[in-house]
Design a binder for this molecule. Sequence first.
Ligand code: B12
Ligand code: SF4
Length: 487
Amino acid sequence: MRALFFYPQVELSYRPMSAPLGIMSIASFLKANGHEAFISTDVSSAKRIRNSIRQYKPDIIGVSVISFKFLNNAVLISKTAKKMDYPVVWGGTMASVIPRLALESNVADFVSFREGEQTWLDMAEAFDKNETFENIKGLGFIKNNVYVETGQRDLMDLSVLPKLDWSLIDVKKYFTASYGCKRSVHIYWSKGCVGKCTFCYNVDFNCSQRRQRPVSVLIEEMKYLIETYGVDGFEFTDDLMFANPLQLRELCNAIIENDLHICWTGYERIGIINDPEDYALLYKAGCRCLMFGIETGSKRIQKNIHKSVSEQKMIDNITECAKAGIIPLTTFMMAFPDETEDDVRETIDLINKFDHAIGVLNLLTPQPGTQIFDELVASNRLKPLNSLDQYARVRWGDKLYVNTSNISTKELYAIANYYSLKGMFFKNDTSPQKHFFDTVKNVFGTMLNKGPVEFFKLGFHIAYTFASFFTLFLHPKIRKKYGLFFD
Ligand code: B12
Ligand code: SF4
């Protein structure tokens, strides 16, 4: 079977997209098992999509829909492919949580749930034998106007996966400048996280489990990227880099022993790396930034969202991380259901305690497929959207889509704007100015690559977003109430 996978584009995104790791993994697995697979990212118009389909002459088309911002382009790809009479399969983190909408809108013939490697291999084998897909686990489809799901698949043992085949994409297109390196690409070692946070996709999508690829496979892949494309850094997309210190030592020692000389970033949980020597080892292996999802300073909210961590552990871990020379990036959230002024003040107090860490504050966007979303729907506080178009219009993360906290939306925006500005200009001892100028350089580099029309659209979007941060100064009372001042 010949499969062609499309990776949709996100409108108005200044960040270079990450390499399409999900469909690369599926395509590499298919190829290793004797099938043909290709990836197209040439998706900016129906004409280009048609050209890709004509070029690769696939038997079946897959579309990766990993976040809501992909939706408009994913719909264009699917409609174009279906007009040419190709069967279309949607998959990815977002497709998995709204399968019926995709199927009922007639943009997909099948939706594949959760990880797609084994499901695609089963589909390829069924295709070659001229059999139906209807008995293959992990799929949703509509038959005789009735929605059918074929049952959940077990999570895969990642050691059976081959090395990712990076020749499937134009690697240089995905280079970003990141914490000390100029040609960094996204990569993954593990899938999933052991956490049970009520706002996170992991609990359902990865059944709160973390699985990893063999370190030898990862190192081989990194070496190949360094030697073939001159890659000098990696951004790990793993939700939880290390579930225990042994995993940390295994990876760091392998990087050091293989003389990779790279810099890299990753996501970690508070309370797992406690030994200063482990932070020193991380630095020696090239780790330059670790992102810690702290979320809230309120014990009450911590309990509600199933993410309880002691404040002393947070302070200890972040201090040790910074001492080792690794930038600790701390992320916080506000606008949780029933969050009160006191909860918000506790979070602000906590952010202010980490003056050697870069703090990012996001407002909660309840996502389908998470416990928080289901609870809000069950209690009639949130209405699920009922079309792909509505989902595509939500400004995920940028604007509040629903506010179920006890704080006014105006106050939440003011606090979020304050931390956005603080993160950019008013920083501390980890050289945020450099961080800011690196970001500006990245943004302009990416904008210039997009061509004149996108350049102006994107320029306007960035200027608008940037200007909106300054609306903070229109609210002196809120600034005074929460102490939102710059030193
Ligand atoms: C890298 C990343 C980004 C990057 C780049 C994203 C991009 N568009 O290229 C950045 C940082 C820019 C980003 C931004 C955002 N992201 Co993001 N991101 C990720 C991250 C960390 C890694 C994705 C990845 O490569 N995973 C590794 C591969 C191997 O796994 P995978 O992609 O899931 O693929 C597997 C399956 O999904 C499935 N599959 C995937 N594609 C397909 C296709 C077919 C046809 C089939 C059958 C199966 C299939 O099989 C694959 C192999 O097992 C994920 C979390 C995660 N760890 O996955 C979040 C994640 C995808 N992001 C998410 C979100 C919400 C966002 C934002 C909207 C956040 C915001 N508020 O702005 C923005 C969206 C902007 C955008 N540009 O898309 C959510 C999506 C949730 C959801 N249910 O839709 C995730 C899951 C994070 C989370 N904690 O909730 N993101
Ligand atoms: S710790 Fe992070 S990745 Fe893990 S479940 Fe919680 S929010 Fe998700």
